[in-house]
Design a protein around this ligand. Sequence first.
Ligand SMILES: [Zn+2]
Length: 275
Amino acid sequence: MKVTFYGVRGSVPTPGKETSRYGGNTPCTVLESNNGQKLILDAGTGLRIASCEFSDYPLPINILLSHHHWDHIQGFPFFSPVFKKNSQITIYPGQTDTQHDTAILDQMSKSYFPVKYHQVPSTITIKKTDFSEGYDIGDFHIQSMKMNHPDGGTAFRIFCDNKLLIYATDNELLAPESHNKHGVQDWVKFCEDSDMLIHDAQYLAHEMNDKLGWGHSSIDETLNLAELANVKLLCLFSHDPLRTDDQLDDLTARILGEKPPYSFFFAKEGRSLTL
Ligand SMILES: [Zn+2]
């Protein structure tokens, strides 16, 4: 299974010279099986860049959404297959507290966007799906768990090519009661023995005083989860808009010095790897 990052920034796009190396686009990751089937995780502004992967893609396009906050849907109106007649795009909406399955299309309505979703030539299907007991999309077998986030959302366990990848962006591990769907032990079980864990790591430990309840984890909380869950490779994801490239380099050096029992990296736009 190949994993390519097109957007790794949390909350809001952050163009600028201090974020150019790790990237300023909001979440979008593309998985590809050994057979060449692709699965898109989230439709943040990185999805616009991911269009290049789909110019000659002959198969239906599938997009899993963790939830519908703007930074996870805002790239969709700029995804070039939307404007091609033969494209068949299926969107699996996030499991949000207030069900709003059409959120990604509603941003292409009223006065939000010049082209309305019902005017585009592609075929777009919203497919509300319960992944909790397992569901297959082509080569990908997917399970889910509700994430700890204001307005809710979905984290995914994705099996493909005998590898297990966990995608849990915008998940607050030590969330207050208002959106604490699962405790740390549940997350350990969900992530256990995974080949790769992509997990929110937006804040530093000392920032959590001000950010408690905002729906994101600290880097240290995520490192702890990876260790407890015996994860092989940890990808720290959803960087704070204020986190600079140099700070992420310094954090990498700090964590390397702690000699964690797993491999890790801070997600970087454009990076691709094969599990
Ligand atoms: Zn969110």
